[in-house]
Design a protein around this ligand. Structure first.
Ligand code: WTA
Length: 697
């Protein structure tokens, strides 16, 4: 039976109210075929073998020149990995597979329109196309190693082709998620100093063609205002010879790649051996304050880390069909659609569209048709698919051996549906905790060696030594039941190099808080601060509670947003839940709850009462919500994250700010009317913690 903690609202217990879940063991069939089933690996990656343990990952790559120093700590926290080594990321993902696997599918593209044929790009074809694009970048655009290029593209094969073409020449790519606005892309292009931007004319999303090239004109204006003149825009066409956009091509500035490619057909560009420390790409991520941070990732360490973790944690074998349903515009897509799987010579599926288009059976039809056996997605997608079609997976004949969840803490309820219904109780699940800054997984179970525990990411990944600190830099020991800030005690090859152009911000954001001695060259003095809350039971499985900013302080008690939401999801009719703080004269802050219901449920009043009763039962009366709103949908970003910031603004009569970049902006006004009524409400300024609430996505 599950053990319950924290029914009483005593101070010590308030921090953590999660129930302990029972372990789920990996099926013997999975263990028998796993890449990593040998328990001696734990010894190989133990602290006494650090940092040399990471040779095991680096040796999975082809090096043009082997390195001399595994970890150089001479200028903390600017670590150098595999110093002295040279390699090319594109060579490792493409050329080196040609001898054995040239006819194997590298990418399988699934267009969103279901009647459009699926097609595969073999490793040989990938090689040819990457070379052509590299020739355009070098000979037509005049780009060379170290230059930056901003790529604002949707999920089509030309996106990884363009990234790999950059990598072939040592050009630093900065991919901006296709769903972001032109303005966001322009700001990022300016920050990185990109002279060239690469676009697609359009794509399909939710059954409709989207005019994407229109964003390019906005992006260029914004970049110019910020002092960067973008000279060339290269445009891929979603359909050859047919233009999906209604914006004009600007002569002398905009070029169709499918036309340029004619001049460069059959061109060959040698992959440039790059320094292990040469930047491979930038990936922008938002922070609580200030402009987005350009996380700068290195070539050698990053490639070693994503290759090693793809083999050991994603359990990718050459014969597997691997589908990560994330977008390449996020770090998950970079590491676990493109660089990790292709470095292993795997077959990586690329889906253009929305998982529920045209219905909630779509992902399972794709899985059946392509015989996908490794599936990778996020809790948001899992909840969305569960809400829209809880019984859909049963209708399709596919079989997953392995599934991943990433992006936010997964509620045990959602985990169980994923395991039993999507995975048919036959697949292992890895719950992988990590961040854009980290390159690859930080906490997760090794699928054949560790049992799973719903809702807990697991122990530190191989060679990663996490620790939980309190605000006074004291370690919070395992089993204390107290939450704190999760940190990583050691450097690892996948960690970012710096924030592009802002070393000070890098040190301040990630290291200043817990650095023991700023003059020390000993890595032990430089723990990495992840800005996530976590708790550690005595079994060593970290449970992530969400960003440290996402706490609601009720009468001095810190309540984790995520644990409140998880409690809501135990009410059977609740599909999704978001909890935000409301200013309260007496208690300071009190939670307000927003829930959406599963299809066919209409009795909102009853569900609201159940939500209140459940929160009181699982967490305590202290957490009793001020209100429960049953809403048709929750405001979400284009990547599917719930925008708690917007709900907090509505609940506190504050300005909701710009909501136009949301996936469903229309829902905001609908919810506002429901909460505030038709009479105009005087907007308030709101206290800082409420203003900042949910600001970190
Ligand atoms: C959250 C995504 C719990 C966390 C790879 C982190 C998670 C932020 C998990 C980074 C997980 C990610 N369990 N929380 N398995 N994975 N998070 O940069 O708060 O988009 O700090 O990277 O997502 O999000 P990012």
């Amino acid at each position: 039976m599950a053990i319950e903690h924290g029914r009483e609202a005593s101070e010590a217990q308030i921090a953590v109210h999660w129930r302990e879940e029972e372990y789920v063991r990996p099926p013997a069939r999975f263990v028998g075929q796993a890449n990593l089933a040998d328990p001696t690996v734990l010894e190989r990656f133990s602290e006494k073998n650090f940092p040399e343990c990471f040779r095991e990952y680096a040796d999975m790559l082809h090096w043009d020149r082997y390195w001399h120093t595994t970890l150089d700590t001479s200028r903390p926290p600017f670590w150098k990995w595999f110093a002295g080594g040279k390699l090319n990321a594109c060579y490792n993902c493409v050329d080196r597979h040609l001898a054995k696997h040239r006819n194997k599918a590298a990418l399988i593209f699934v267009p969103e329109p279901e009647d459009e044929p699926i097609y595969a790009v073999t490793y040989q074809e990938l090689f040819t196309r990457v070379n052509e694009v590299a020739a355009i970048l070098r000979d037509f655009c005049g780009l060379s190693a170290g230059d930056r290029v901003t790529i604002h593209m949707p999920m089509i094969p030309e996106l990884p082709i363009t990234m790999l073409a950059c990598a072939r020449l040592g050009i630093i790519h900065s991919v901006v998620f296709g769903g972001f606005s032109g303005e966001a892309a322009g700001r990022r292009a300016a920050d990185s100093g990109s002279r060239v931007m690469i676009y697609a004319d359009g794509y399909y999303r939710n059954g409709k063609p989207i005019d994407h090239k229109a964003s390019a004109d906005i992006a260029l204006d914004v970049a110019e205002k910020e002092g960067t003149k973008v000279e060339r825009v290269l445009v891929w066409r979603r359909h050859h010879g047919q233009y999906l956009s209604s914006t004009a091509m600007v002569a002398g500035r905009d070029y169709f790649i499918d036309e340029l490619v004619r001049q460069f057909a059959r061109a060959k560009v040698d992959p440039l051996p790059m320094d292990a420390e040469a930047p491979l790409f930038l990936m922008y991520t938002s922070g609580t304050t200030g402009k987005p941070k350009g996380c700068q990732h290195r070539t050698g360490g990053y490639m070693a880390y994503v290759t090693g973790t793809s083999r050991y944690y994603q359990d990718i074998h050459p014969e597997d069909v691997y589908w990560c349903m994330a977008d390449i515009g996020w770090i998950t897509g970079h590491s676990y659609i493109v660089y990790g799987p292709l470095s292993l010579g795997a077959t990586s599926v690329l889906y253009e569209g929305v998982p529920t288009c045209p219905d909630a059976g779509r992902p399972w039809r794709i899985a059946e048709r392509l015989d996908v056996n490794i599936f990778h997605t996020s809790p948001t997608a899992i909840r969305m698919l569960r809400k829209a079609g809880p019984n859909e997976p049963k209708k399709y004949n596919y079989q997953f051996k392995h599934m991943t969840t990433v992006g936010e803490p997964i509620e045990p309820e959602a985990w169980r549906w994923y395991h039993e219904v999507v995975g048919k109780s036959e697949a292992v699940i890895v719950d992988t905790w990590w961040q854009t800054e980290n390159g690859g997984f930080l906490c997760t179970t090794i699928p054949a060696l560790h049992p799973m525990k719903p809702g807990s990411a697991g122990p530190g990944a191989l060679g990663i030594y996490p620790i939980i600190y309190d605000e006074m830099s004291r370690e919070i020991p395992a089993g204390s039941g107290k939450a704190g800030n999760i940190c990583i005690r050691n450097p690892w090859p996948g960690i970012m190099q710096t924030i592009w152009g802002d070393d000070d911000r890098f040190v301040k954001q990630y290291y200043s808080k817990y650095c023991r001695n700023a003059n020390s060259q000993d890595w032990r003095d430089w723990p990495y601060f992840a800005a996530d809350g976590a708790v550690l039971p005595s079994d060593g499985y970290f449970r992530i509670l969400g960003r440290v900013d996402d706490v609601i302080n009720v009468a001095g008690h810190r309540l984790g947003t995520k644990e409140l939401e998880s409690a809501c999801l135990t009410v059977p009719d609740v599909a999704e839940a978001a909890v935000v703080p409301v200013v309260d004269e007496i208690k300071g802050r009190v939670p307000a709850v927003y829930v959406s219901l599963k299809p066919g449920v209409s009795d909102g009043q009853r569900v609201s009462e159940q939500v209140i009763g459940t929160i009181e039962a699982i967490i305590g009366k202290i957490a009793r919500p001020k209100a429960v709103y049953v809403v048709p949908d929750l405001p979400k970003t284009r990547s599917g994250k719930i925008m708690r910031r917007v709900l907090a603004a509505i609940s506190n009569a504050m300005d909701t700010g710009d909501v136009t970049t949301l996936a469903n902006p229309e829902i905001v006004e609908e919810i506002r009317l429901q909460v505030q009524g038709k009479e105009p409400v005087a907007l308030k300024e709101g206290p800082e913690d409420v203003k900042q609430f949910g600001a970190v996505e």
